[in-house]
Every structure is written in C-alpha cells, then in structure tokens.
Write a protein of this length. Structure first.
Length: 204
C-alpha cells in the first residue's frame, strides 16, 4: 500500500523487480539509475556476494513529478533470485505496490522462469495479496541474444502470461524496454492509487 506523508506532501510507492537469478533485475535498476536525472534519484545500494549476485536489495527513490500537489516517489527494489534466498525475497516483497517480473528469455531458462513466477504467486498468497489486485507487468529480457537461444515474446506470453498483464521485450544492458516497463508499472500503481482504496497515512 502506498505510504502517504501529508506533512511532506509526498507519496511513496514501492516497486519490486522479481524473477529468477541472473535474469537482469539489477541491470534494469542500474540502467534506470544511470539515465535518471541526478536530482531525481537517490543512492543505489546493493549488497553483493561473489560473482555479482544481489544478496539483498538495490534501492532507488525516483521522483516522477507531482499528483495533486503530492510528490510521488518510487522506491525500486530487486530481490535475489536464487532459490536459497527465499526468505529474503519475501521480506523484500512485503508492502510492494507493484511488481515487475523480469524473465530471462533464454530457452534454457524456461523452467527457472516458470518456477520463479510460481514462487512469486506463492509469496503473494502468503502475505495475503490477491495477485489480481496487484499492479504487475512482465519483462522478457535478453532479447538481444541470438534468436536460436531465446524464446520470442509471444512464446513467453504463452509460457507465463496467463494473467494477461502488460509484457515488454527488453535488453536491460542496452536499455531497450527498461523505461517502458517502469513507466507502465508506475502508471498501474498510480491509477490504483487514484481509485478509492485506503492508504496508510503517516505524519500530519
Ligand atoms: N545479453 C544480455 N545480458 C544481460 C541482459 N541483462 C542482463 N544481462 C547479463 O545477465 C547477467 C545477470 O544480470 P543481473 O542484472 O545481475 O541479473 P539479476 O540476478 O536478475 O539481478 C549479467 O552478466 C548481465 O550483464 C540483457 O538484456 N542482455
Ligand atoms: Mg541482482
């Protein structure tokens, strides 16, 4: 649920990049961080283990202008995708206002994608979130790899997108699809915010 801070006239929304290990979640955040204007982004923090895998989270507050006089701030997180970081993923997912599921388009990662998408739904169920109520978009990353190694977007839609949510082909390293994905999930989050649903208020 978005946190509304009335005194500071600020709304903070949390977006979590979910997906299997090494699908490109951190690369998305790095690209956004590189391209976001310096006065609109905060520090990116990440904890890495050996071999550049995210252990805990990346964090990027990003202001996207104002709505009705409130500054909207987005906090972007990535989860560690490896199977054994299950509890960390649940912790990071807590309170998410929107989720980007980053799938790895490589054929050999088909099962990992399915498994991770299932894990996302399990995690949502555990925290009592109805996935139909949650702004969710899919991103099919690594579409720059040779055609014989990857699944085309239509095939990934067949494999994963039974909810029929927005999906985007992407190349997170080069940036293709990265802002399109972020923009879409942000829109969904803000649209939901505009709908009459209770928000948590802090401050006065
Ligand atoms: N070819 C290609 N490689 C990518 C792309 N996005 C990420 N990678 C590579 O995939 C690996 C894992 O990326 P990372 O962002 O750390 O994945 P994460 O585990 O989901 O955070 C790294 O070596 C990235 O350079 C992409 O769009 N295309
Ligand atoms: Mg990562």
């Amino acid at each position: 649920m978005p946190v509304v801070h009335y005194a500071a006239r600020e709304i903070t929304c949390k977006i979590v990049y979910y997906g299997p290990g090494r699908s490109g979640k951190t690369s998305n955040l790095q690209y956004i961080h590189r391209r976001a204007p310096a006065d609109r982004r905060g520090e990116m923090m990440s904890l890495a283990t050996h071999g550049d895998r995210t252990l805990f989270f990346d964090f990027l507050p990003l202001d996207l202008g104002t709505i009705s006089g409130f500054t909207t701030r987005f906090q972007l997180y990535t989860v560690p995708g490896q199977v054994y970081y299950r509890s960390t993923r649940r912790l990071v997912l807590q309170g998410a206002d929107g989720v980007v599921f980053v799938a790895d388009s490589q054929r050999r990662q088909r099962e990992e994608n399915v498994e991770s998408y299932r894990d996302l739904h399990e995690a949502l169920a555990e925290q009592g979130t109805d996935p139909r109520d949650l702004p969710l978009v899919l991103q099919y990353n690594k579409q720059d790899l040779p055609a014989d190694l990857i699944c085309p977007p239509a095939e990934l839609d067949q494999l994963l997108n039974f909810r029929n949510v927005p999906s985007f082909p992407a190349e997170a390293l080069g940036g293709r699809g990265v802002f399109e994905t972020l923009r879409r999930v942000s829109e969904l989050v803000l649209r939901r915010l505009a709908a009459p649903a209770p928000a948590v208020a802090t401050g006065r």
